[in-house]
Design a protein around this ligand. Sequence first.
Ligand code: 15L
Length: 269
Amino acid sequence: MMNRVLITGAAGGIGSALRESLRGVYPVLRLSDRTPVAPARDGEEIDRTDLADMTEVERMVAGCDGIVHLGGISGENTWESILQSNIVGLYNVFEAARRAGTRRIIMATSNHAVGFYPRAQTIDHRVVPRPDSRYGVSKAFSEALASLYADKHGIGFLCTRIGNFGPRPIDSRRLAIWVSPRDYTQLVRIGLEHPDIRFEIVYGVSNNRRSWYDNSNADRLGYRPQDDSEPYAAEILAAEAGQAKDPIAERYQGGMFCAGEYDAAAPPE
Ligand code: 15L
């Protein structure tokens, strides 16, 4: 039974949506973010922890049965920023959870942990990471750290490689990786409530006909996504017709994350 569930990164897009969709599902939601979060309602607690500060993180996780970890940087950035937020901050959350006896963590990893797989290839949860950015490396690190804390300390982890979360897909790449709020909520609830999770990787995507993923591991855990990007496809493709496209971004699943900063003498193959 999950009594108190902590959401880190609660002020962001996914955090704000989960605040609504999980309201009343668990007795208490603790909503944490460095940036301001709207005031607490019944069954909510607000927290302003900086994830880089272990003492604050220990206070943040105290008394929480489950954590949905969305906090940190959600796109490419400098190494120093990624290091503080997504490596040090992540370690602090997992280590504080271990000390506090937290039973489940839902990790917001990303399609960018595997972004250098070509779009022509369907990948499942067993492929080795192919990060497309420093950000993608930090997400691959989160999966490795989750594996360690699952094997050694018995915390149950559901690592959700999120595609692109939103009310609708926003471009042709996102037709393959879109996840709707209700489908992502379903996945988070599986992570918190499934009786038998130790360490699992799944793709946080809807039931998209154009998907690049074999999401059979999520199916096995009971995920039944309701949404498909296809009804949006004609409009999106028509709007993009004739637009100049970057050939490297178009070749790889990570899109523009793959097309930045590469060595011109040895471009991605
Ligand atoms: C992500 O991992 C990011 O958090 C999000 O902002 C988008 O860039 C998304 O991937 C995407 O690939 O569309």
